[in-house]
Design a protein around this ligand. Structure first.
Ligand code: PDD
Length: 280
């Protein structure tokens, strides 16, 4: 069944070919995107996703197609038209369509689209058993804080992980751990959490932010700093965070067990609390 699609102010389905071949999103990756989750047709943390989208658009000077209010109204109508209760919404805003040229006009009409999609979120067994990961060099550009659609380096890293029979690739640069190809990365060492600070090297993950808040509420110390790659093999727990995976234990890195190879107590606590926070 085709998915419900919002495209430049109207609703249709993903069966309709709406995008022009000279859209800059297609030709230059000149676009930003968001992925948010919905449960019982209720968007999860939509304000956080809207604000990140807005910051991304401002950073690359694409005009904003929505206010927070009109974005919320679009999402509500999209979900009202959707045939299922739980899933994800993919949102993309491109600089727009125009004759192909590296030079772009300052007054382009942005292309704005969003569609809902069914998604199988991890079940209890997956959440307990966690995932295995590999490390791989971070080959991305230098504005990873912008959620740009230029995901070639991420997709190649993900393919490498898949070929190695694991779920995620952890990106390493200059001897330090940055984030996953589609997630943020956390280590737990001596009762403390370590995760990369917010800067141009990582995406400011919505789940990352909530997980840090929950840890601080639980009086767990959080050090936001680059983790040396050598520290990867000297920690008790590790986990990743993302909209699709929530808080997900990492039990093996490059074939070596993390801690005792099982979901640890701090990961378990944050995972439970995060799952609760999502449904509030
Ligand atoms: N990815 N880092 C990267 C590189 C990501 O692509 C993502 C999310 C995250 C986690 O962000 P959040 O907690 O806001 O989902 C971190 C989305 C889900 C995707 O590309 O599908």
């Amino acid at each position: 069944m085709p998915d419900v699609l919002y495209f430049n102010g109207r609703f249709t389905t993903t069966e309709e070919r709406v995008l022009g071949v000279e859209d800059r999103g297609f030709q230059f990756g000149d676009a930003v995107y968001e992925v948010f989750k919905f449960l019982s047709r209720r968007p999860v943390f939509i304000g956080d996703h809207f604000r990140r989208l807005q910051r991304g658009l401002q950073a690359i000077e694409i005009s904003e197609p929505w206010t927070e209010e009109s974005f919320g109204a679009m999402a509500r109508e999209l979900l009202a038209r959707t045939a299922f209760d739980d899933g994800i919404v993919y949102v993309q805003v491109t600089r727009g369509e125009g004759e192909r040229s590296h030079f772009y006009s300052d007054h382009m009409q942005p292309t704005a689209l969003a569609y809902s999609r069914k998604f199988r979120f991890p079940d209890e067994t997956k959440k307990e058993h966690g995932i295995r990961v590999i490390t791989t060099p971070d080959l991305r550009w230098r504005h990873c804080d912008v959620k740009s659609v230029n995901l070639l380096a991420n997709a190649l890293a993900k393919k490498k992980a898949q070929r190695a029979g694991v779920d995620e690739a952890i990106l390493i640069a200059d001897g330090s751990v940055r984030e996953g190809a589609s997630s943020n990365f956390f280590a737990v060492r001596d009762g403390r959490i370590i995760t990369h600070q917010l800067d141009e090297h990582i995406l400011p993950g919505v789940v990352r932010d909530h997980a840090i808040g929950l840890a601080l509420d639980a009086k767990i110390r959080v050090d936001e700093r680059p983790l040396r790659d050598t520290e990867l093999f000297d920690m008790q727990e590790a986990f990743i965070t993302s909209t699709s995976m929530g808080v997900m234990p990492v039990t093996e890195i490059d074939g070596r067990r993390v801690g005792n190879g099982r979901r640890g107590p701090i990961t378990t606590l944050l995972q439970r609390q995060f799952d609760e926070a999502e449904t509030k």
